[in-house]
Design a binder for this molecule. Sequence first.
Ligand code: B12
Length: 390
Amino acid sequence: MPDIPHMPPTRLLTAVPICDGHDSAVNTVNLEFIRHGFEVVYLGYHRPARDIVRAALQEDVRAVGISSYNGGHVEFFTEVLRLLAEAGAPVRLFGGGGGTITQADAKIMEQRGVDRIFFAGTPLREVVAYARGISEEAFSGPVEMPPSYSDRALGRALSALERGLPGASAAPTGATRVRPAVKTLRIGVTGPGGAGKTTLIDELVLRFLHAFDSGSRVAILSHDPSLPGGGALLGDRATMIYSQHDRVFMRSSATRGQAGGVNATTECASDYLVRTGFFEAVLIETVGTGQEAIPFGAKPGYVDRMILVLPPDYGSRLQLQKIAMLDVADCVVVNKADRRGAKTAVSELEARLRDREDGVSLFLTQANRHRDAGVDRLFESLFRRCVKGA
Ligand code: B12
């Protein structure tokens, strides 16, 4: 067994099944998990079994927890188990659904391989104790890398990189590029919390899926902050629609004490994804950042394009003088174009960027609007070269 330098937080994934909008219980359970030091990838409600399993493999979680209140739980949990088994992933499945999952149903589910069902009124400390049991197990055996470079293998490789395991930084062997002539484009997306970075990325992904042929894939490395106790809610997937797709590989990471918007292994993880040759683009989304952050390094940094996303209400013109990214970003996006002050923001930014001699483009977008022309322009400016070559 290789030496494990430190024990990172245990990663769990939680979700609510398709046709079910009861997310109150899962939110309560998530909060309890992160308070106790777990990293929880939350997929949101109304999620098909396939989305849950794809996410579990890419995120390389130890266990999946499902909260189901609208019935059909026996079939739904069974389908998740079937897809996990098909992928050869030893991921535990657990969950709850108040009084709607009867003792008799739970018995059938457990016979089929569900690890544990929690009934109505279970004290949350019992749920946490169960998850602690999983984390102790997680590090008791050797880390085995699957032989092929499936999503599961990529997910495992990124976990090994995070833990600094020996040999983890090697590129997969025998990988062939989908388009040998095209260099993987690395795009860093940053900006303050609430600017709409995740929605903008999801819209760029939608355009990617339409513009590129069905063999090409895109990767996303997204980040959320760790709490002082080590737990984190990794919730970007819950707000994404188009990124729940087989052609998208997404990994959610916590900052784990690193300041600046990403974590200590992000650059390494993006290098790894580039070296696989599987992706046309790797998009890196930071946590909401402050004025002094330059998360991808000073220019040229480790990405090919740096995008700064700002909401129109960044404050006064004076605030713009203090934002370090305005000196290095390749694209500045004023998102939420429908908000008051968006046009003023554009002219103030034009003035702020006027002295930049290295070329910077300014875009006005409304990412939450379908087919927004500003997002179209941003996509074309990023991918023009690649799309033409497709
Ligand atoms: C709150 C609620 C709502 C809220 C949901 C708010 C929200 N955002 O979640 C609202 C009012 C919106 C709502 C709507 C509906 N509801 Co409703 N709702 C409930 C209610 C009253 C409570 C559920 C709840 O959140 N409990 C709080 C949790 C924390 O407590 P708990 O259930 O005991 O949870 C424990 C364990 O079960 C377990 N657990 C639960 N989930 C998980 C997950 C994990 C990972 C783990 C580890 C553990 C775990 O841990 C918890 C800790 O103790 C239940 C009745 C009930 N008493 O269960 C009906 C109930 C679930 N709803 C019901 C129905 C029918 C509906 C509607 C279809 C009504 C309608 N006709 O419009 C809609 C559907 C909404 C949708 N889009 O899916 C039915 C379902 C019937 C069925 N399946 O046979 C129920 C049972 C009410 C009833 N008796 O008829 N509902």
